[in-house]
Write a protein that binds this ligand. Structure first.
Ligand code: PLP
Length: 417
């Protein structure tokens, strides 16, 4: 296994103990035990830097954007648009290619509708994969039903990697879009996105990457990737819920129809018909999540201050350690053993249901996720009811993994009695 740390020898070490002090929730107790939070792939915890930015916004800035002539409104607009620039810089995009959404799910739905309305017709094909989150399956199923288009799936191997030879075979003159996850939320697999994009572009096919599980762990450069659409969620990168980002290349955004109608996205409204703003505002109908947008940029600043490479180095250490320790437990099988992985270790224990293990771990203060993790097709493919998924962040420690391993052993003993 490997992550994307460029030079492990020179990347700085994180001061994890001090970092933990910046996350108040990490000191709570659960059922009388210190919290061990290993559900980071579902949602990350927030540092004081982010929490305080939310109250600062409401204490000193709160107002609507793009509308008022008064001081607070221009302050809010200024911070809202500055945040867009910060996020654009983080992804190496232009600010007018950055659309605020409610999250990854809404970003994908936006592309499925707004790109789909213009570019997809009967008989066209869209390629996704068998390892997608439901958020990157259902919008395409809905689009294909609406347009009588065909959805094709890249199959995956037993270890949880995309079968790239099959992908090559699926690409054809009928393909109008490829939409795959950058990192799998249930398996941890980091997909070979550069190759996926190069192969699609060789056939003039645009690519959307679901970056919900990548942006928390990997430096993403949309220009270098040459990706057409990229999306992620604020709450997984130490920011608020209800805010996310869609990056889209201007050449596509300019052609796409609005996703929703209403305020902010119009140029002129007449009783007969209306005209629309240029992107990105064309896709931001109604009062946006102003506080969320501003504080998402704060969260990104926080991550950049720690350093993405330093984050990845620490998380890689946790991933390796957890993989080794968990694998040594008798009857435990890791689900998702790709060569390149983000810090996710999902597993099952012979003869036990993942839910029962999750409940016992919770009693021990350890937060893990159990179930299908919104990737039911993976579970069907592997003929399992679900998994126990542990997912790590830069604020987790080796000692916490030891607690997890002891907890799993205890759960086995109790359940196999
Ligand atoms: N895609 C992936 C890979 C995810 O892991 C998730 C959330 O877990 C989503 C999409 C959906 O994100 P959200 O619920 O924030 O829209």
């Amino acid at each position: 296994m490997d992550t994307m740390v460029k030079d492990k020898a020179i990347t700085k070490e994180l001061d994890v103990e001090n970092i933990r002090n910046e996350f108040p929730i990490l000191s709570v107790t659960v059922h009388g035990k210190p919290l061990v939070y290993f559900d980071n792939a579902a949602s990350s915890q927030k540092p004081l830097f982010v929490i305080k930015a939310i109250s600062t916004y409401y204490e000193t800035v709160n107002s609507n954007v793009h509308r008022g002539v008064h001081h607070l409104s221009s302050l809010a607009t200024d911070q809202f648009e500055t945040a867009r620039k910060t996020i654009a810089t983080h992804l190496n995009a232009n600010p007018d290619e950055i659309i605020y959404t409610r999250g990854t799910t809404e970003a994908i739905n936006l592309v499925a509708f707004s790109y789909g309305e213009v570019f997809i017709k009967e008989g066209d094909e869209i390629i996704i994969s068998q390892m997608e989150h439901h958020s990157n399956i259902v919008p395409w199923q809905m689009l294909c039903q609406r347009k009588k288009a065909v959805l094709k799936y890249i199959p995956i191997t037993d270890s949880g990697e995309l079968k790239m030879d099959e992908y090559k075979k699926l690409l054809s003159a009928k393909t109008k879009l490829v939409a795959v996850t950058h990192v799998s939320n249930s398996l941890g697999t980091i997909n070979p996105v550069e190759e996926i994009i190069a192969l699609a572009h060789a056939k003039n096919v645009p690519v959307l990457l679901d970056g919900a599980q990548a942006v928390p762990h990997i430096k993403v450069d949309v220009k270098k990737l040459d990706v057409d659409f990229y999306c992620f969620s604020g709450h997984k990168v130490y920011g608020p819920t209800g805010i996310g980002i869609l990056f889209g290349k201007t050449k596509w955004l300019k052609e796409m129809v609005p996703y929703q109608g209403g305020g902010e996205m119009i140029k002129e409204v007449k009783l007969e018909a209306s005209t629309y703003q240029e992107p990105p505002l064309r896709f931001e109908a109604g009062t946006p999540n102003i506080e969320g947008s501003i504080v998402l940029a704060t969260a990104i600043d926080y991550m950049n201050n720690l350093g993405i490479d330093a984050i990845a180095k620490h998380e890689h250490k946790l991933l390796d350690y957890a993989t080794e320790k968990l694998r040594a437990i008798e009857g435990l099988k890791i689900v998702g053993q790709a060569k390149y992985k983000a810090p996710v270790v999902a597993f099952n224990i012979e003869g036990l249901h993942p839910y029962d293990i999750g409940v016992i771990l919770d009693q021990l203060g350890i937060a893990v996720r159990t179930g299908h993790h919104c990737t039911q097709p993976i579970m069907d493919l592997y003929c399992i009811p679900g998994t126990v998924r542990t997912s790590f962040s830069f604020y987790n420690t080796i000692a916490e993994i030891d607690t997890l391993v002891e907890g799993v052993k205890k759960a086995i003993k109790m359940l196999k009695k």
